[in-house]
Design a protein around this ligand. Structure first.
Ligand code: URA
Length: 239
């Protein structure tokens, strides 16, 4: 059972205006609760159970939002930055009102799956180093890849940290001057994939995250596009 909250607080949290503006809108008879026009901005309602209408439109109340972004290169995984465009700049104002943040970081030049939410608990679960959530990347590197590289990924690689990297997977698709492969890592050290290849004498020239845990990047999302997670995808990511 969720508790009652002031109507002006609910509406302002959802981005319908400041508390002062909401008060004005309530005065102008723009807000109805369960069919009744309300006059008092301090009235308390249950946003999950009462039907709130703003300007004759039912508001879709929820506490959390969960977005999947296909991050393009050139954008940084932060909520704000003085110089660069951030992933939050890519999303609509109606979502910004929820004060969302990216779940972890992809480098500025990395593309692909990035979750954006305001659910701190879920973000913590997904990022906790103890949970070892799999992250799968499609990678292009300069130089040929071979069995030695595959075995190095399995054994762990010295990337200049206290310990070797945890066992990871390297699935070689093309081995040539420019090689292509999939990599699965279970930790999220700074520039980890790039540093793993660098330790093997290769340079990453393209990096895209395609999967996190059991959740795949939706192939319908073009670069820079995002969508709300479906209930099924939410179940997958919560599992
Ligand atoms: N590893 C990297 O090197 N960069 C990323 O953005 C993600 C994983």
């Amino acid at each position: 059972m969720s508790k009652k909250e002031r109507i002006d607080k609910i509406l302002s949290n959802l981005g319908y205006g400041t508390r002062k503006e909401i008060k004005q809108k309530i005065k102008s008879k723009m807000v109805k609760v369960n069919g009744q026009t309300i006059k008092d901005n301090s009235v308390k309602v249950n946003p999950y159970e009462d039907i709130i209408k703003f300007n004759e439109k039912i508001i879709d109340y929820r506490k959390f939002i969960y977005l999947m972004l296909n991050k393009p290169a050139g954008i940084i995984s932060a909520t704000e930055d003085n110089f660069n465009k951030t992933v939050i700049d890519l999303i609509d104002d109606k979502y910004k009102a929820f004060k969302p943040f990216p779940v972890g970081r992809l480098d500025k030049d990395t593309e692909g799956l990035l979750l954006i939410t305001n659910d701190g608990e879920l973000a913590h679960k997904l990022l906790s180093p103890k949970k070892h959530i799999d992250k799968k990347y499609f990678v292009k590197v300069s130089g040929k890849l071979d069995n030695f590289d595959e075995e190095s990924f399995i054994k762990g690689i010295d990337i200049g940290e206290k310990n070797l990297t945890l066992p990871a997977e390297l699935d070689i698709k093309v081995s040539d001057e420019i090689s292509e492969c999939y990599v699965i890592i279970r930790e999220g050290k700074f520039h980890q994939v790039k540093r793993m290849f660098e330790a093997l004498g290769k340079k990453v020239i393209y990096l895209k995250r395609v999967k996190m845990g059991s959740l795949y990047l939706d192939s319908n999302l073009k670069l820079g596009e995002y969508k709300e997670l479906s209930n099924e995808e939410l179940d997958i990511i919560n599992r």
